[in-house]
Structure formats: C-alpha cells, structure tokens
Design a protein around this ligand. Structure first.
Ligand code: GTP
Ligand code: SPV
Ligand code: MN
Length: 599
C-alpha cells in the first residue's frame, strides 16, 4: 500500500524506481506483521539466521561479505557544487559528474528484486528537532536494521504530510554486486540526497545514521543554527536525585557506547550515583528557550561494537542484546545457536562458525591466531532494551547539556582529563583531537590521525567552516555554554599497558568534570588548560596510588611541542591545509598553545 499522497515523494520514488527497475515496490508501514514476514523471508533465503528463541528471543544473525565489513572512508564523497565547500579532508566530485556515474551504476540494479520504501524519523516523531528521511533499499537486512535504529512507518509519512515542499532526505541504497571497486557512499548536501551502492554493511547502508544524522545534518545545522555531532548523551544522577547531562565525542570504536551505559564503581553505587543513557553515538544539539544547549538522540537503537562487550565491561549493552537484536559478523555457537565474540567470556565455543562462515573449533582457531568474530562485528539492539535507558529518551525537547567531552585513543601525550579555558579554547581542543584508527573503518588500525570533534569521517562540509559554526554557537550560548573537557582512557605505560582501568571507573573522571562545572573543585592551570589536582580524582577501591594519577596527568612539553610542530602529523601542518578558511580564533589558540609550551 502506498503510504502518501505527497507529490514530491511520489515523483522522486517514480524516478528512482524507473532507474533501478525493481520487480516490485513495497512500502514499509512499521507493523510487526510486515516486519515478521520479512524476517521469515530473509531466513528462508539465508540472508538471516534465526538464533536460539529461548536464550535470544527475536534475535537474528547476519553475515556480510568479507570485503564489506566497515565504513569505507576513501569511497565516501561530499558532493557540494564547489570543491572548497567540501573542504580539503573530504573526497569531492562535481555533483553532475557523480550523478552521472551513480545513475549508470543504479540503472537496472534492482531487476528481479524488491525495492522497499522506508519512511523514517530521526528523533521522536513530531519533535520540533526531528527530521524525516525516506530510504529506498533492496535489502531486507537494511529494512530490519532501520526498524531498530530509527522510528519507521506510516506515522512518519503522516507527520511529513502532503505538502510537496516539506523537507525530507532522499536516500537510495542498492546492494548491487557488493563490488568494492564500484562502492560509493555519496552525500549531496544541497540536494538533501544520499546515494549508496555496492555495500550491505552498517554505516554504509543504514542511511539514517552517519550519512544523514551526521553528514547531511551537520550541513543543515550550520544553515539552521544547530549542531549534529558524533556524541553520546548520558545523564549522571547524584544521590540527591539531581541529574546532569553530558555529551561526549570520541572517534569510532573509542568508547562512546561504553561510557553512555557505564555502571559506577560499587562505592559510588552505594552512595546512590546512577548513570542514565540518552544516546550512544549521535547528538543533535539545539539552543533551548532558556538559552542553554539541549541534546536529542536522533536514533532509536544501538549499532554497537560487539568485541570487548562483556558482563564486566558493559553489562547494560549486553543486556540490551538479549532480545529483538540483529548480530552482524560475530561468531555462532552451533551447540545452542547463541553468539560469541572476543572479550565476551573466556569460553569460545568449540562447535563454532566463525564470522566468514567456516565451521571451526573455537579454542583451536583462536590459538592459531585467528579471530572468531570480526573486530568490527556489531549488534543492532533497540534502545528500549537498555536497563539504564533514560526517562528523557523520548523527550521531544531533549536534555540540557552541562558538559561536552572530547577524547580519543592516545597512548602518549593526552592526559587522563583536562578542561579547556573557555568555549573558544574548547573548540580548539576539539579541532586538534587525534586518535589511533580502529576497525570501524576500512584501512590500517592503530595509526594516530587528526579526527576533529570525532567528525573527520562525518562532517558534511568544509571542516574549517564547521569550526566557524562551533565558534558561532559559542557566541550565541554565551555564559550558558557547556564547559568543554578532553579525556583519554587509553594512555599506556612504557610496557604498553593501559594506565587507567577505564569502563565503569571512568565515572571517577565524570564526577571531577561535574564538580568543575559546579565550581566545586580547584584545578591547576597549565600550558594546555586546567588539570585536576591528582588527589581530586577519587581512587577509592582502586589498586592505584595518587602517584599513578599524577603519571596519568603529566604533560610532557616535548611530546606536546612535537604534536604542534611535527612536519607530518603536527597541528600546524594540519591547520595549514585549510588556508585562509581557518578561523582566526583557531590560529590564535594554536599560537597561544605554542607560546605556553615554550614558556
Ligand atoms: P562506534 O560505535 O564505532 O562509534 O564506537 P564507540 O565509540 O561507541 O566505542 P565502544 O564503546 O563500542 O568501544 C569500542 C571498544 O573500546 C570496545 O572494544 C570497548 O571494549 C573498548 N573500550 C571502551 N571503553 C574503554 C575504556 O574505558 N578503556 C579501554 N581500555 N577500552 C575501552
Ligand atoms: C562508527 O563507525 O562510528 C559507527 C558504526 O558508529 S557505523 O554505523 O558503521 O558508522
Ligand atoms: Mn559511531
């Protein structure tokens, strides 16, 4: 059944269908009956494997092609009319050239296949901050994932209405041959259009997520006075019941889902501290009527990294995957049709199917140096499954943000935590973030690269203009702006061991951050900003000393000067590529940092 009379939607749909030539067009209405029929069809065709219905009710398994297991940044394009609008760190092609190339790839791509039409809302349906997209796809896996990750179906089309000028994001995905040489993930920000072809994996094909909620939305936000950020949102409840909200931007596979759902150390739980999850990956930030910054999570589920998720590290994420979840590229335990991944527990299944589909003896396979689950294997779990989901999760107005945290994986250099001097300096701290690359994107792992605001792969326009937008937002927020911090859970000692326990113990750092926001604790001003006094990071119950905290907080001026001046990886070199697009404030902050370090 066609779910709309909107002539703009219908005209676009006809154009795309004429090009892709599907044998059938099916509107996704959001009903459980329809989704169930699709699940059955996917099980029948082998696209999905049904898991143990007692231990994992409503859960399914999916395996992608080995050449299609992560985002592909070198095949991701921002097609603005001019190259300078996309900026030096995005891939760019002229829109007309890209449309011509893509149209050739899509032509006839769905012959003999079904085109599913998925109306979806990013953010609660009807929230003033929500936005609507329509994804056309020939993949049932995409339909079922979008049904978890976003709000889908008829209610969304009703919300869009019949006005042909109503804003919606046009998203087209064709699985085609999953050919990595002809794979394209393309955003046309001026056209509200996303086109993805030759992939069937996560961030490449769930077009509401990175493509819309970050790349297109960041561009919309710049024009409309709001921000789309790669940030989790958590609420930290104090024993007196007061809840403060924190947003944190870490690059892919650097700990957002874990921080968003953390369980406080026992001594803090006993005192009554709690953490509530509003979002684990993306924040849309608007200035509210009281002048403060408010965050909504545009998503409805978690597309989380499986490896490393355990009862000990992330109990709440694991609980979230116990029903109605889709697992992608993890391992299967054939004895009871449950799932396994590295870090889940110490008992890899003997009767296992590894992520590529081979039947193996798990312990032997691992002993031979192989991995049972792909390092970027993931679960797609409904947010409502999360034991610590915030009561504000569906709040259409969002939650007021007290602090913004940036962070990355840095074996050296970045201390456990520091605070920026003000919003402008905080913007510089975000702009100069660096982190070791992870398996979340195709390419080398463990290489330090600049990843400003964790948005390097996700900014939909010129990064320098984006920094300018941050500065503008700071001016509008004035003294109501959240305080900005930087953390590093991943500092290593000379033997290569993590110096900080991380996970639930990160709560200790969050408490220092909130005390700073409330003006309840002093700090030491140093070259890079405000550093805690070591004794103000509570180590109750930890096998650590104040000296260990001091080591985590040391600033090695030579390391930092290298971070500024290194001819290949330094901040100066990095900023230089933006030429005169670089906001003057960023150049000023860089000069100040260098002078401070040399003082
Ligand atoms: P994306 O979904 O790709 O955006 O990732 P994310 O930022 O949500 O990262 P996630 O929380 O899934 O963590 C990625 C990996 O880092 C997992 O294997 C975690 O176990 C590990 N990790 C998370 N937090 C910590 C921490 O505090 N310390 C250490 N050592 N590892 C962590
Ligand atoms: C990330 O890579 O930051 C993710 C996973 O959250 S994906 O949806 O593939 O982008
Ligand atoms: Mn992410």
């Amino acid at each position: 059944m066609v779910l709309t009379k909107n002539t703009a939607v219908l005209a676009w749909l006809k154009e795309m269908a004429d090009m892709c030539q599907p044998s059938e067009i099916v509107w996704i209405d959001g009903s459980e009956a329809q989704l169930d029929a699709l699940r059955a069809e996917a099980v029948e065709s082998g696209e999905l494997i049904k898991l143990n219905d007692e231990k994992l009710p409503g859960c399914y398994y999916h395996r992608t092609k080995p050449n299609d297991v992560a985002r592909v940044e070198d095949r991701t394009f921002i097609c603005t009319p001019t190259e300078v609008e996309a900026g030096p760190i995005n891939n760019w092609m002229a829109p007309a050239d890209m449309y011509a190339k893509l149209n050739a790839l899509y032509t006839g791509s769905m012959v003999g296949r079904t085109m599913y039409v998925i109306p979806y809302s990013m953010g609660p349906v009807g929230s003033p901050f929500s936005k609507i997209g329509i994804e056309l796809t020939d993949s049932i896996y995409v339909v079922l994932n979008m049904a978890i990750m976003t709000r889908i179906g008829k209610a969304v089309m009703d919300q869009l209405g019949d006005d042909p000028s109503a804003e919606f994001i046009k998203c087209l995905h064709a699985k085609k041959d999953v050919d990595p040489e002809e794979r394209y993930i393309v955003q046309f920000p001026q056209d509200n259009t996303i086109m993805s072809v030759n992939s069937a994996y996560g961030g490449n094909v769930l077009l509401g997520k990175k493509c819309f909620a970050l790349r297109i939305a960041s561009y919309l936000g710049k024009n409309q006075g709001w921000m789309a950020e790669h940030m989790l949102i958590l609420g930290l409840e104090k024993p007196n019941g007061e809840i403060n909200y924190i947003c944190a931007a870490f690059p892919s596979a650097c700990g957002k889902t874990n921080l968003a759902m953390l369980i406080p150390p026992e001594y803090l739980q006993k005192q009554g501290y709690k953490v509530w999850t509003v979002g684990d990956d993306i924040s849309w930030l608007n200035i509210g009527p009281d002048g403060r910054l408010y965050a909504i999570n545009p998503e409805a589920g978690f597309f989380g990294v499986a490896p490393g998720t355990s009862v000990k590290t992330n109990f709440n994420a694991l609980e979230s995957t116990k029903k109605n979840t889709i697992f992608t590229n993890v391992a299967i335990n054939n004895d009871d049709m449950t799932v396994w991944w590295e870090g889940l527990d110490k008992n890899p299944p003997v009767n296992a199917t590894e992520w590529k589909g081979a039947k193996v003896n798990g312990p032997e396979y691992i002993a031979s140096g192989e991995k049972l689950a792909h390092p970027n294997s993931r679960f797609t779990a409904p947010a409502v499954n999360c034991p610590c989901i915030s009561s504000e999760f569906e709040n259409p107005q969002g939650v007021p943000v007290s602090a913004i945290i940036f962070g990355g994986r840095r074996a050296k250099c970045a201390p456990l935590v520091y605070q920026s001097r003000d919003w402008q300096h905080g913007t510089f701290v975000g702009a100069t973030m660096a982190s070791e690359t992870t398996a979340a994107a195709a390419g080398a792992v463990g290489v330090v690269r600049r990843d400003p605001m964790a948005m390097k792969p996700f900014v939909g326009y010129n990064m320098a203009t984006y920094w300018g937008h941050w500065l503008e937002m700071g001016k509008k927020l004035g003294d109501k702006a959240p305080k900005i911090f930087h953390v590093n859970w991943f500092r290593k000692d000379d033997d290569g061991n993590f110096m900080w326990p991380g996970f639930g113990d990160n709560m200790r750092v969050l408490l220092w951050i909130l005390k700073r926001c409330a003006g309840e604790v002093d700090a030491d001003e140093c070259a890079i900003g405000y550093i805690p006094k070591a004794e103000d990071i509570d180590i109750t119950g930890l096998d650590m000393t104040v000296d260990d905290i001091k080591a985590l907080l040391t600033i090695d001026k030579n390391e930092w000067l290298k971070d500024v001046n290194d001819p290949d990886t330094g901040i100066k070199q990095y900023f230089a590529q933006f030429g005169d697009m670089l906001p003057k404030e960023m150049a000023d902050e860089l000069a100040k940092l260098e002078a401070n370090l040399n003082a």
